[in-house]
Design a protein around this ligand. Sequence first.
Ligand SMILES: [Zn+2]
Length: 450
Amino acid sequence: MSLHPKPRELNEMKTVDPVELSSRVIDQEVASEPTNRVTNELSEIADGVALVESFSHMVVFDTDEGLVSFDASGAQSGKAVTEALRGWRTKRVHSLVYTHGHLDHVGGSGAIIADAENRGYKPPTVFGHENIPRRLDRYQDTNDWNLLINRRQFGGVSPKHRLGLITDKTDKPLFVPKSTVWPDVVYADQMKLRVGELEMELHHGKGETDDHTWAWIPSHKALITGDFVIWVFPNAGNPQKVQRYPLEWAATLRKMMSYDAELLLPAHGLPIVGNVRINRVLKDMADALEFLVQETLELMNQGVPLNEIIHQVKIDEEKLSLPWLLPAYDEPEFVIRNIWRMYGGWWDADPASLKPSATSALAHEVVSLVGGLEVLLKRAESVAAEGDFRLASHLIEFAANAAPKDATVHGVRSAIYKERRRNEKSLMSKGVFAAAMRESEAIVEQVDDE
Ligand SMILES: [Zn+2]
């Protein structure tokens, strides 16, 4: 779930074996190759344990009674992932466990059901946390909103990265494809599941979502982590999505550490073998999240406004350069905002923002104060040229909100966001700035046509 793999980098992929790569990356603390690989290829990680690397992964255990799969991957990758699975084992998929209800984890369930039908097998029983059906219901209530924000979130990367999630080609596009299977069995806190000789403990934990399951498989000393481990900075701040749970996320990582696991199978990124490596990665993530929560709460307790907090609280750059903490998807600044939202309210403690004037009224006032649009545009361009894109964005937004159809304004605006997108590291920032760039490009084109 990062910018990786870029198609160019796929060609640079030298290490086929994900365990070999993961051990090297962790031991050396550098990633010379992508760690999130959407290849739809299956690797046997241990005897009777397989991982299909995709967006997201499928983790499969072979038992006497049939296969147990953790996650179904997304709607776009479900078929390819199921085919990869069938290249390994042809038995019935007995049970399907959802690590959570995000579409890249449950959207491929239709492909697994179709495969069962083709083979004349009974469909799998689907397990998941009790909040998954609530999530899927919420997605239906906010269908168009979810289509919009996902287009924007993933809109900063090329379609070649195959991170799109939208599939249903009905009259009305559906965020949750019709073929998606709701869980048959839900649980609240924990649940023991036995299929054939395989015993599994399913545990609920809050982190990226409120419906997450992570699992402990004693016979393999294996942790199935879902999105608690994604080989990029934890997605605990996403600007366009519902509440995330940074402190609870860290607590779950610490609980996982107490198991002394020898194998960790995540839903994105590489599997990890060896207790020292596993606990190293889990601890780094937990430390980073706890640090953000502690620092943010400390400043909130002092009455510091949100804007000052996001500019004050920083994680060491050195930590952020670790391949499993790279802010390539989400970023710490957004996590701080999520912490504020969770422990505080929506108000950022700026008196002017409690009951603001209309955006356009403020913009007109600023434009008239500075002496016209041209002055503002010139200043926005020079501030951007100096590399202060935060300030340049404020200035260009005043101009665009004062003159929403002005081709010159939008020409400058699209150029600023094009450059800003290029300077950002995270997919989420890139997506938002690419969307702003495209919005302005469309206005310029429209005016040109008139
Ligand atoms: Zn995911």
